[in-house]
Design a protein. Sequence first.
Length: 577
Amino acid sequence: MKFGASTRRQFLQTAAAASAALVAPVARTFAVPAARPLVQFSNVTRKAGIEFVHYKGNRGMSTILEEAGPGVAVADYDGDGFQDIYFVNGRDRYGRGTKARNALYHNNGDGTFTDVTEAAGVPGTLYGLGCVWGDYDNDGFPDLYVCQYGPNILYHNNGDGTFTDITRKAGATGMDTGGWFHTGAVFFDSRRVGRLDLYAGSYCNFGPHSQRYCDIGNGIIASCIPSAYGGTPDAFYLNNGDGAFIEAAKKTGIYNPRGKNLSVQAGDYDNDGWPDLFVANDGILAYLYYNHRNGTFTDNGLASGMAMTAQGRTMAAMCISLGDYDNDGLLDLYISDFQGSPDHLFHNVGGGLFEDVSYRSGIGAPTLNVLSFGGGFFDYDNDGRLDIFIANGHVYPDISKLIPSVTYRQINTLFYNNGNGTFTDVTRQSGGGFTVPYAGRGVAFADFDNDGRVEMVVANNGSEPLLLHNDGPCQNHFVNFKLVGVRSNRDACGTRVTLRAGGLSQIREVMGGGSYLSQSDLRLHFGLGSSAQADEVEVRWPSGARQLLRGVAADRFYRIEEGSARLELQEFRPHRA
């Protein structure tokens, strides 16, 4: 349904007034506990040899499509032990002869990356938005799914550094895409049968005859707000185990034709051992598809308390991130939101319920004055508590003409976990990687140089990405686990690891998707603080198998294979592509 111009104008003017009123009185709090060393992040993008630049492809003012991307996904596609990076790009949709493609960067293991897109055969085929890795055929090599404006594409990893487009053969093109663009996707084993299924979300119904531009106030023209367009259905593909999928959204209860999906992640929020599905929607209720353990799902978003804010409002809902920030054994939820509204931290209180604690936790006020996209939970200082990173950037390039205090490019945000249920904004003390504004979108976390410190890569709209190296200083210990399924799916998606060390209990779960149109390293990273070992590591596999390890030495990367009593060190075999 399209709203009239006056309705859209009134909406934006109201939002603009609210945002302008909030900018002046709200100040970030930068107090940092004195006992904690200030971890620094530096921008190493050019030093690392990454020359990719996102091409938004706009002709004049950008449309809602051209402002949406890009995403970024991380995986070790060639098995050398180092995480590689896949960037999604736009396309020339106006016949100007501009060439643009996606990019796969191979991690050389020495701090540099090499563009291997052409040799690998993964350039994408249409205007790209999101991407996700998943070993759908359990052959030990992650495959790549790219969400596009039009049919999506599934690349099979041949295991020799090359990929083959098997989209049609696999039956995973996405739903009928006359005017839809697909966004976030996730691989997960919804039935716990040892095979990865695939969920692909769709965003606005943006067809060739849809309105491109709207007056956002004072005669300023920009892309229309999402409510100017209808929603679109998602697709859910069940893995047949023979290299093909069958679309089963309606059969499983996941189908919704009015969705405006942006990001999606699967995780076990109620600790029943089964993965549930979290979907971020723009301007409508968020979804939480509860897994009934019989192949069907029910949307429990409203009943659980995460479908809208504590004030009963819907969210722009870009980022989805699941993580146990307070170490109580339950997965909590982070959802980012539009400028003028805070981001949202939903505390998991048990019993299948969430409570919005955004302001109480300290993340509410600092996120009011930025437009947040991807990111989420990660432990950047290895103290055993999950911190938060969020990429920021507006969607209206001329927003400062309407609201002078608001800029299109914005500084990203870093929150330190104080360990008492609250967070402190430490953005300004965290190094040169937080000094230059971007139109940030997708984010992926990984330890790219395998030095025991987690880093992030940010995909920016219309410019180069941002590879942030974790420079420390940090004397805290860590352990890192690569999980390999045997009866369970090879990627071990859905595997829950509980680690106890130094009187602190932590959980991590292997989860694809999340952030915004992106995917992080599937290895599980635990900070141990001052502890020189993990006293106990319990692994719960989707198959139902359990393993218990004791006295695991710190500062090592381990490989745990399902059913094996042997704890192996991960192998790193760096080589230039």
